[in-house]
Design a protein around this ligand. Sequence first.
Ligand SMILES: Nc1ncnc2c1ncn2[C@@H]1O[C@H](COP(=O)(O)OP(=O)(O)OP(=O)(O)O)[C@@H](O)[C@H]1O
Length: 195
Amino acid sequence: MVKVIGLTGGIATGKSNVSDCLAKMGYQIIDADKITYQLQQKDSDCLNAITKYFGNDILDKNGELNRSHLAKLVFENKDNLTNLVRIMDPYIRSDVQSIIDNTNEKIVIFDAPTLFENGYAFMCDRIVVVTCTPMNQLNRLQSRNNLSISDSIKRIKSQWPLNFKEKLADYLIDSNGSIMQTRNQVIKLFNKIDN
Ligand SMILES: Nc1ncnc2c1ncn2[C@@H]1O[C@H](COP(=O)(O)OP(=O)(O)OP(=O)(O)O)[C@@H](O)[C@H]1O
């Protein structure tokens, strides 16, 4: 029976670094962001459902999703975010479940930024949360996405508080140190989980 390890954190807390490290160690990664992106391809059922709710304004002239426009709508309005999640949820869940059901691996990693917010924690046997101090999170988000402080705070606040996620974790990865220090923790942790 495959063991599903959920991997999450707060926005810009260093989850991608951990996910890269796990991929290099040979683990199969189910990437919720990639699945979401693929589901939103032009003319897909999922994009049609999104457009039905948000209107044709979210499409560009070629019928492709205008991602920055949709992002603006959902980060500025909580109801929009809730509805986007509600619309996409069954599509994402079904894709993830089919990967889990068809894998031959002993362990798969389900990498999802909003694992808790979207109720995907229930699909996991164990959960790893990548965390750092609120100040490091804010600095990393600002410099990575070139955002103002107020926009960064808005994005951080659209997720559950990091300290709440930490309490729900089975395992924590502290990403306050260097990338290498974080990777060493990942190797140590997965040697334990995998044995
Ligand atoms: N240990 C670290 N030391 C210094 N910088 C780091 C560390 N880990 C990540 N960063 C930097 O912080 C930023 C955010 O990291 P990353 O993209 O891995 O976050 P994330 O948790 O995957 O975010 P999101 O969920 O928003 O995609 C990146 O610019 C990355 O280079």
